[in-house]
Design a binder for this molecule. Structure first.
Ligand SMILES: Cc1ncc(COP(=O)(O)O)c(C=O)c1O
Length: 345
């Protein structure tokens, strides 16, 4: 279906579609997990599917340097660093926040992969102002690189641009094949959403296939004032790359904001409880910034009997985020408190 676009293989595909019987039993709901968290640590997670098409685009454009920007804890910058190494080009990462005294998971990995790190001192990395400052720095950096004779390719925010979306059009096909093989018809697919590329690609994939389960994106950040408009723009532009003209309002996007809590990277009790439940019933970890928030939506719906099985939870990865010092400290404190409460007095 996506033959018109070039792909630079980075991910190990297909990722497993796994039944999780003990988690399902705990919820009274049949759950399957699409394991995009599986793979080598630098190249695991949803960004890798998008990067396959973006790196191909960059190479076609003659790039010799990949530039990506994001929060200091971001997964997309780490994945871009890994993709650059795998493609044999240089990488510069522009990161919103101070250089931390202690490494966090994604940052350490990016550094080990040889990326050059640029910190833009933004005290609280959230909202359009923070992004504007980051874009300003990144533009200057790209100019400097060009003056030095290099050919930088700037990755779109979150890798969510039409070429990146193609990764999740293909991913929907991958899932559809696995569902047919497993002989299941899920009532819904649930995943985490921030910059929208994952959601746009899955919805477009479903549309082009003509059928399939509805898709729900659970917001882990509130970046775009008109997220619906952005999703539509991303999906219809990606469709045009494939030779399809899809009119306005044809694609519907189900986005939920009810698990956002105090905002991006602020863990919620529901997300931490969902993280614990999946970890302890199945030995599968989610991260507290992104994936546990979508998992919490699923857990809440199951407990309120608002959803019927089977359901697919699309695990979008992000596990190095667990080792960001502030996150790790909070999770550790919570685990120790729980352990003390569990001890007989
Ligand atoms: C682990 C993880 N899950 C989900 C998302 C959201 O994906 P998208 O940006 O395509 O909406 C991100 C984005 O940073 C992520 O890192």
């Amino acid at each position: 279906m996506i033959a018109p676009a070039a792909r630079w293989p980075l991910a190990v595909l297909p990722t497993p579609l796994q039944r999780v019987p003990r988690f399902s039993e705990a919820l009274g709901l049949e759950v399957w997990i699409k394991r995009d968290d599986v793979g080598s640590l630098p190249l695991a997670g949803n960004k890798v599917r998008k990067l396959e098409y973006l790196v191909a685009q960059a190479m076609q454009a003659g790039a010799d340097t990949l530039v990506a920007q994001g929060a200091v804890i971001s997964n997309v910058t780490r994945c871009t660093a890994a993709a650059a190494s795998a493609a044999g080009v240089q990488c510069h990462l522009v990161l919103g926040g101070r250089e931390p005294e202690r490494a966090n998971g994604n940052l350490l990995v990016s550094s080990l992969l040889g990326a050059e790190l640029h910190f833009v001192d933004i005290p609280r990395f959230t909202g359009p102002d923070a992004w504007e400052r980051l874009h300003g720095y990144t533009e200057e950096l790209c100019q400097r690189l060009r003056q030095d004779g290099r050919h930088p390719f700037l990755m779109p925010v979150g890798c969510s641009a039409p070429h990146g979306v193609l990764g999740f059009v293909a991913a929907f096909d991958e899932l559809a094949t696995q569902l047919a093989e497993a002989n299941i018809e899920p009532t819904r697919v649930v995943h985490t959403s921030t910059s929208g590329g994952t959601h746009a690609g899955l919805v477009l994939g479903r549309h082009l296939r003509g059928h399939g389960p509805p898709i729900t994106g659970v917001a882990a950040a509130n970046v775009y004032p008109d997220l619906q408009g952005r999703l539509e723009e991303l999906a219809t532009s990606a469709a045009r790359l494939l030779g399809h003209d899809i009119g306005r309002g044809v694609l519907g996007f189900d986005v939920r904001f009810d698990q956002l809590g105090d905002g991006y990277a602020q863990p919620t009790p529901a997300a931490l409880a969902a993280l614990d439940l999946l970890a302890r019933t199945e030995g599968i970890l989610t991260d507290s910034v992104y994936t546990a928030k979508a998992l919490a939506a699923l857990v809440n719906d199951a407990r309120a009997r608002r959803i019927e099985g089977p359901v697919v939870f699309w695990h979008t990865g992000g596990l190095p985020g667990l080792f960001e010092p502030a996150v790790a400290a909070e999770l550790w404190q919570r685990q120790r408190q729980n352990a003390r409460h569990a001890q007989p007095s």
